[in-house]
Design a protein. Structure first.
Length: 256
């Protein structure tokens, strides 16, 4: 079995808060892996450690054979990241945005030009390539955001809530595109609160709660274990039905 990601005892502590507590799991190459949990479970912190944005307090992980602590730059070369917050410049066109980010990735000019046209064609955005993305719908902007993460031909694509707030047609395109990328051999880690999305896309899943990985394995295996054909029921059986209200961290820091 060939592994794209190996996580071992990964832990992150902020003061007296253990945000991620000895997380251990692995992701096979060429699969869609779902990373799930209620609000405040630690998903975003774990996601950011794998992206090398946050340094672990303890433990480590390897991404495509590269240690996230010792080979940070190598890890960043092999991952593409799509965060919930769009990373685009509104006054710039798709071509201008993608050219800017492609140069940051170090993609050669002739390769970048070809890649941009190819990806914009795939995203059905070639006809609006010269329009500022600030006038685009949320679905159009997200399509640009996703292909931005593919410019350097990553081996692992990390998607954080990629269909959040999108209209049904855009959701369908994003899900189909994720499956197409998997079929091309790309490994994908997907976080989502949409259990239907996980049911449709993910092959393996890790469920987090209160910083810990409380279940990891095949999606169908977990559904069989809990005698259900709906993954939502598996998730609720493991994490409970109590509401997980969470205040904005930014506002909490201001004392609101």
């Amino acid at each position: 079995m060939s592994l794209s990601v190996e996580v071992r005892e990964l832990t992150k502590v902020f003061g007296d808060l253990v945000a991620v507590d000895h997380a251990t799991f692995s992701v096979k190459r060429g699969e869609i892996f779902g990373l799930l949990g209620p609000n405040g479970a630690g998903k975003s912190t774990l996601f950011r450690m794998l992206c090398t944005v946050l340094r672990p307090t303890y433990g480590t992980a390897k991404v495509e054979g590269h240690d996230i602590l010792k080979e940070t730059n190598e890890v960043r070369k092999v991952i593409g990241v799509v965060q919930e917050k769009l990373i685009l410049y509104a006054p710039l066109t798709p071509i201008e945005n993608l050219t800017f980010f492609g140069k940051l990735y170090g993609v050669e000019d002739d390769v970048l030009k070809r890649k941009i046209e190819e990806l914009l064609q795939e995203a059905k955005l070639w006809e609006v390539r010269d329009k500022p993305v600030g006038i685009f719908s949320s679905g159009m902007r997200q399509r640009v955001n996703i292909i931005r993460a593919l410019l350097h031909d990553p081996k692992l694509l990390m998607l954080d809530e990629p269909t959040n707030t999108l209209d049904p047609q855009s959701v369908r395109w994003v899900r189909d595109y994720i499956k197409a990328l998997r079929d091309r051999g790309l490994t994908i880690i997907l976080t989502s609160h949409d259990m239907y999305e996980i049911d449709e896309l993910a092959e393996e899943v890790a469920i987090m709660d209160r910083g810990k990985i409380i279940a990891v394995g095949g999606k169908e295996e977990l559904k069989n274990k809990y005698s259900t054909d709906k993954f939502e029921e598996v998730f609720l059986a493991l994490t409970g039905r109590t509401l997980r209200d969470e205040l904005s961290g930014r506002l909490k820091r201001r004392g609101w």
